[in-house]
Design a binder for this molecule. Structure first.
Ligand SMILES: Cc1cc2nc3c(=O)[nH]c(=O)nc-3n(C[C@H](O)[C@H](O)[C@H](O)COP(=O)(O)OP(=O)(O)OC[C@H]3O[C@@H](n4cnc5c(N)ncnc54)[C@H](O)[C@@H]3O)c2cc1C
Length: 258
């Protein structure tokens, strides 16, 4: 499974009206007004301050260096086709053509683990257990009170002082809820899982964004793709070793249009 430590590093907050749509469906905590302060708190955006951006958060966001001539031509072609440029698609206006922003700092990936977890590792109230599989959430009535975990082949139970946060991803979180008896009664019955809380939407309504990559070869070396041959890979590695610009090529998405 891919996670925040291995995704493509592109930083898009999303469309404010989508958030307001979720709020209108009954999730007030997802309104744009409610989420914006959290986005701001999360980031340090490497550009002049703007009222909708953050400048003191643990995640460093930089704009992609769209330095190859083809990138500039993409923007100009988009303008000619009638689209406008948006200077910060994570700000006032998402719609339009933009130069991408990325979870990258000094050429290195900014994952949730490097930004939040690693700096907190020395805290006495934090214990990280790896190679562990959560089997289910323990419930007392309808309240989550802990988790059952398989560690080194042995089942262990951990009880919480205050709350259980379930963050096992788009597939893992609903699966764990269902294994814990929270889900569609008919589905749970089918799998022999005792019902604790009937909640028919758990595990339903997954929305994904399929992607189709189309690549064109150019005769001149005008884009990042044309530099991703053996020689290009050597240059990136050399940059990483000598100038701390990271071991891997920067994110492949340089520009986009919403
Ligand atoms: C190919 C690809 C490229 C992407 N690129 C981008 C991008 O450029 N920018 C962007 O913003 N997003 C991108 N995404 C989306 C992004 O990766 C996800 O939105 C994000 O990782 C979700 O974070 P999460 O913490 O909710 O879940 P995850 O990152 O999926 O983390 C869940 C973790 O829980 C673990 N887990 C699951 N079940 C259990 C269990 N029972 N016990 C113990 N552990 C468990 C999993 O192993 C995983 O490590 C990309 C996704 C893909 C697939």
């Amino acid at each position: 499974m891919i996670d925040l430590s291995s995704h493509a590093m592109i930083f898009n907050r999303g469309y404010p009206r989508d958030y307001d749509g979720w709020a209108a469906m009954g999730l007030p905590g997802w309104s744009w007004k409610h989420c914006l302060p959290h986005f701001q708190k999360m980031e340090t955006f490497a550009e002049p301050e703007a009222p909708w951006r953050g400048n003191a958060g643990p995640k460093k966001i930089t704009r992609s260096a769209a330095s190859f001539p083809l990138y500039e031509q993409f923007l100009r072609a988009g303008e000619q086709a009638g689209y406008s440029l948006t200077p910060d698609h994570n700000g006032q206006k998402q719609e339009g053509l933009h130069v991408a922003q990325a979870y990258i700092h000094n050429g290195l990936r900014q994952s949730a683990s490097s930004a939040y977890l690693r700096p907190a590792m020395a805290r006495p109230n934090l214990k990280v257990i790896t190679h562990a599989q959560v089997m289910r959430v323990l419930l007392e009535g309808t309240t989550a009170v802990g988790v059952e975990v398989l560690v080194g082949g042995r089942k262990q139970r951990f009880h919480c002082g205050r709350e259980v946060i379930l963050a096992a991803g788009a597939f893992g979180s609903p699966q764990l809820l269902m294994l814990s008896g929270v889900g569609d009664p008919a589905q749970l019955r089918e799998h022999g899982i005792g019902l604790r809380i009937a909640s028919p939407h758990v595990g339903a309504n997954l929305e994904n964004h399929p992607g189709v990559n189309i690549q064109f070869e150019t005769e001149v070396r005008h884009s990042m793709v044309s530099h991703s041959d053996m020689w290009g890979a050597c240059v990136w590695r050399w940059n990483g070793l000598c100038f701390a610009r990271g071991w891997v090529p920067p994110t492949s998405l340089k520009q986009a249009l919403f």
